[in-house]
Design a binder for this molecule. Sequence first.
Ligand code: UD1
Length: 357
Amino acid sequence: MRVLSVVGARPQFVKLAPIAEAMRSRAEHIVVHTGQHYDELMSDVFFRDLGISAPDVNLAVGSGKHGAQTGAMLSGLEPLLERYAPDWVLVYGDTNSTLAAAIAAVKLHMPVAHLEAGLRSFNRRMPEEHNRVLTDHAADLLLAPTEVAMRHLASEGLASRSVLVGDVMTDVLYAVRDRVAGQSLPLPAGVEPGRFLLATLHRPDNTDDRDRLGVIVEQLSSLDLPVVLAAHPRLRAAAERWGVDLERGSIRVVEPLAYPALVSAVASSAGVITDSGGLQKEAFLLRVPCTTVRRETEWVETVELGWNQLVGDDLEQLGSAANRPRPAETEATPYGDGSAAQRVVEALIAAQSPARQ
Ligand code: UD1
């Protein structure tokens, strides 16, 4: 079986790591990087730290408006798919790279599998929500991380193509957590274990609205504990555009963190403040309270279990939410047991069309 994975943005490199490992000896695995993320700290460092071989091809598409970025990926991917003629095109998550690869493949009648299928925010202002819905409806095999995702797929008439595999981010998080546990990685900005909050912000809804960004930064800057803000390039660019000074009060701005450094920092922190999807779950899996600067979340289990609080409409509540006491402990495992990637490979083998096996 030949599988061609298409990745392009930071969270996809994290998801690729356990898949690439599970593919070894079971399938021929080609990796195409669209180049959506290209900075050393947003891309290369993930391949190095997570032991992923360099991509077979890098389209180096880079940044751009949605149409231009997605279109450049589409036209770059088409000849590659024709050249490799894979049994499966495997696409990850919800970025423009995901959608471009799904469209390029289905137009060539190539089977598409979508990893992390069935997530919904029901917020149609998010580009990621359109990427998810369109990719799920285009794909032949929907690899869902949770029961909730399976229900969303069923309600859209996609049950017969869906398989519950668990969450591959749990696989990689557990592996890296165990690896960094024995090392003492320095904490960013020289903060002390248990005496800081870790923050990230990159959603356009937060960064691209001058007033909203101003209030969020104001709230972070007046927290009692130091706030380590690992700044995504989109945040830095927006702050500069709006004249918002990030480095003030309690805030300590640092570069985006490599994955082992991120895991180590979350595990040592008193809490996480974020608008990232992955980080909400990583905080939950490491049992660190999370405050999410959004109106809704795809990872509703983290909220239902009390480990995540949404602060979307009333940003003035951000400070008090981040200071809330720790929730009740839980043994729940809504994101699987850390062996989702093996199930993905099995599902791909099982669903291969008989003619191509
Ligand atoms: C993208 C994904 C989002 C994912 C996120 C993880 C889409 C629509 N969004 O958002 O689902 O959660 O990645 O980070 O695909 N930039 C750099 N260097 C880089 C990458 C980006 O400077 O290596 C800057 C560019 O100015 C770019 C901006 O960041 O315009 C935003 O990048 P983009 O790929 O458009 O989306 P993200 O916000 O990163």
